[in-house]
Design a protein. Structure first.
Ligand code: PMP
Length: 395
């Protein structure tokens, strides 16, 4: 019977990595995948994580199931990190989830089953898995304008107009909390206020994907947009991922946080979220969440983790600066200074699909077809080589 099954199209980014791995050129560079890399090209285990894991191995006494919504301490950690003091705890239901992706799928199932007739508005462009997850959950999607015509800035008027004129009252809107993937373009604080106002006027439900807290301007600063929205509305869903900021990619650690108008509505929503989890993966994996909770329960481990997070963030900023300067120093008038205004691991470089192709075939430099660059994949020692190659395909 499997003869009826058609081969699914390959994942475009993972396909590039396969091509990269097969490339014999010793000078090849992979700027396509979405993981942080250090100067030597490795994705390290943070020291704070290693230490927490040692403690966990010694102290763990059982592999019994967690509850459907996960560990209590972890949930409290997520609530504090995301909302600070902005929202009363009784209005927030937090569920530990297998990564940001797991959280997004639970959110999508929740909206589809509990809020019929709702459609979700997603930015163009957005992370490719967003429309895929919503489609898998049979949640209708529409798009709003996000990237400006210059491909380096936010089209705020277009975004506001689409949400104001085209979205129906009560629809949902997907927002990237910070470090927009794939463009690196975030709203300013003032932009967030205007976005929040439209959301409030149209009674839209914000679904905030928060996968890069701490990679933009810092842990607290990166939450400003989300908290600005929450000043104007009393309902929201936030999907957290700790894959990037704790470097816990393979441990699948994230959370879904639902903010309700009052404690009663919050409890009803929590019960439905738990039902969705029960029929998807039953309960979340323990290890990743336990690592986060162990780090955040210990002052010195927390300080070490914050230092390590800050080091990742500042390395990315330094690479942005170095790339811009090195391109400028080629003397051909290449101005990439817009990269300095973009946040997080990714940026839209403005390179065309043809230039991206040429970088791959002539220089073994791998970039996603849209021109999205993983800045963290650059290295200081090979910056000149990279910029020479970029300059050569642009000339
Ligand atoms: N949202 C965005 C915008 C992302 O870039 C990612 C990771 N690439 C995720 C969610 C999901 O992260 P996780 O690996 O924790 O599922």
């Amino acid at each position: 019977r499997f003869s009826v099954v058609q081969t699914a199209p390959p994942d475009s980014i993972l396909g590039l990595t396969e091509a990269f791995n097969a490339d014999p050129n010793p000078d090849k560079m992979n700027l396509s995948v979405g993981v942080y890399k250090d100067e030597s090209g490795k994705t390290p285990v943070l020291k704070s994580v290693k230490e927490a894991e040692k403690r966990l191995i010694d102290s763990e006494t059982s592999k019994g199931y967690l509850s459907i919504d996960g560990m209590v301490e972890y949930r409290e950690d997520v609530r504090r990190m995301v909302f600070g003091d902005a929202i009363a705890g009784e209005r927030v239901a937090v569920l530990q989830a297998p990564g940001g992706t797991g959280a997004l799928r639970v959110a999508a199932d929740f909206m589809r089953t509990q809020l019929p007739d709702l459609r979700i508005w997603i930015p163009t462009p957005t992370w490719a898995n967003h429309p895929a997850i919503f489609s898998a959950a049979e949640l209708p999607t529409s798009t709003y304008r996000y990237l400006g015509a210059d491909r380096t800035s936010l089209d705020l008027p277009g975004m506001l107009e689409d949400l104001r004129e085209n979205a129906a009252t009560g629809d949902a809107v997907l927002l990237h909390g910070c470090c927009h993937n794939p463009t690196g373009i975030d709203p300013s604080e003032d932009d967030w206020k205007q976005i929040a106002k439209v959301i409030a006027d149209k009674q839209l439900l914000p679904l905030i994907d928060f996968a890069y807290q701490g990679f933009g301007d810092g842990l607290e600063q990166d939450a400003v947009g989300l908290r600005t929205v929450l000043e104007q509305v009393d309902e929201a869903i936030v999907c957290t991922s700790f894959s990037k900021n704790f470097g816990l990619y393979s441990e699948r650690v994230g959370a879904i946080s639902l903010v309700a108008a009052d404690a009663g509505e919050c409890e009803a929503a929590r019960s439905q979220l738990k039902r969705i989890v029960r029929t998807n993966y039953s309960n979340p994996p323990r290890h990743g969440g336990a690592i986060v909770a162990t780090i955040l329960a210990d002052e010195s481990l927390t300080a070490l983790w914050k230092e390590e997070l800050e080091a990742m963030r500042t390395r990315i900023t330094a690479l942005r600066e170095s790339f811009v300067q090195t391109m400028e120093s080629t003397g051909k008038g290449y101005d990439f200074s817009f990269l300095l205004r973009q946040k997080g691991m990714f940026s839209f470089s403005g390179l065309t699909p043809m230039q991206v192709d040429e970088l791959k075939s002539r220089h073994s430099i791998y970039i996603v077809g849209s021109g999205r660059i993983n800045v963290a994949g650059m290295s200081e020692s090979r910056m000149q080589t990279l910029c020479d190659a970029v300059a050569s395909v642009m000339s």
